[in-house]
Each structure stands twice: as C-alpha cells, then as structure tokens.
Ligand binder design. Structure first.
Ligand code: ADP
Length: 177
C-alpha cells in the first residue's frame, strides 16, 4: 500500500469502512446463542473472508475475528466427527460452556479458531495511521469501533479502492504533492 499524502490527511476510518450507509449490516457471529444451522446460513449467504464475533447483538462488543475458511472447516468437522452434533447444536466461542438442558445436543466449541486480538481502530482514526498499520503489520483487514462497540470493517482492498476514488475525485491535490 502506497502512502498518498492527500489521502492521508483528509480521510478517517469511518470514510473507508464497510458497511456503508446503504449496505446490509455487518455480518457478525455472537459468542453464544447461535446454532450450527444459523452459523452455516450466515456463512453461506455471504462471501466475506471473515466474521467478527461479538458478545451479543445488543452490545456489539468485540470478542474476536474468525476466518470464513476456518469456520466452514470446523463446522463441517464437527458435523462429521463430533458425536451428537446436529443443526440445533449451539456454537460456542466462549471459554466456558453455559449450562444447557440435559437433553440438548452437544455444543460445538470453536474458541480455538478465534483470533482473540484482531486489530482495531476507532471510527475517527486518521487513514494515514491506519494505512501505516496495515503496511507494517501486513494486515488483510481491521475492525472499526466507536466507544467499544463494533461499527465496521476495513479490508486492504477497501483501502486501495478508496485511494483510487480519492485520486479520481481530486486530481489537483495530487499535483501539489
Ligand atoms: P476483500 O475486500 O479482500 O474482497 P472480503 O471478501 O472479506 O475481502 O470483503 C468484501 C467486502 O465486504 C469489503 O468491502 C469488506 O469491507 C466487506 N466485509 C468484509 N467482511 C464483512 C462482514 N463480516 N460483514 C459485512 N461486510 C464485510
């Protein structure tokens, strides 16, 4: 990623992150309370490379980030190899399993595939700082929060697209740099 001065000074993370206002909401998983079928349908109804995991839909507190590929493999494995797992089994990203009814099917525990420290910036972080972090840490995506609530996601491609857009819209500012 190239550092472009004109891009760096003006844009904030909130200008680059998805979803945009008209987009469908950010696709997230909750750390508990989702079934195998619900997790599968979320993954299969989208093409995203990964999903933030939050404490609950209400809180939108970030717990971690899970890659699509890891999630699909683990759910598939659980269905095939873990005794008693069915569509209504709970998917758990928590450290400890909550109490379940005795007759409930066994949960699928997926904390091991969770990245517990995904990189985050706040919505008003300047994009020059964000781009710098992407470059230095070799990030593919980073999450955007406001007051601890998850707001959105920025991928490397989002940054490249935004840079291209800025360059088109404002050619004068490039000439000055
Ligand atoms: P890439 O940007 O490399 O194509 P993705 O396929 O993961 O990576 O993302 C495609 C687009 O969807 C990007 O604009 C990204 O910001 C957005 N996006 C990524 N993950 C999610 C998600 N879980 N929910 C909503 N939008 C997402």
């Amino acid at each position: 990623l190239e550092a472009k001065e004109e891009f760096e000074h003006k844009s904030l993370a909130v200008d680059v992150m998805r979803p945009r206002r008209a987009d469908p909401a950010l696709a997230v998983l909750t750390q508990e309370g989702m079934t195998v079928a619900e997790a599968e349908s979320l993954v299969e109804s989208t093409r995203y490379s990964g999903f933030p995991v939050v404490v609950s839909q209400e809180s939108q507190r970030l717990v971690g980030f899970v890659l699509r590929r890891d999630l699909l493999i683990s759910l598939d494995n659980a269905r095939q190899r873990q005794e008693g797992v069915v569509s209504s089994s709970q998917v758990l990203f928590t450290e400890h399993a909550p109490a379940q009814a005795a007759e409930a099917p066994p949960p699928v525990r997926l904390r091991s595939i969770l990245d517990l420290s995904p990189f985050t910036v706040t919505d008003h972080t300047a994009m020059n700082i964000t781009v710098d972090i992407f470059r230095k840490l070799g990030l593919r995506q980073c999450l955007v929060t406001h007051n601890g609530r998850l707001l959105g996601i920025i991928t490397k491609k989002d940054i490249l697209k935004h840079m291209a857009q800025m360059a088109n819209r404002d050619p004068d500012s490039i000439l000055f740099n």
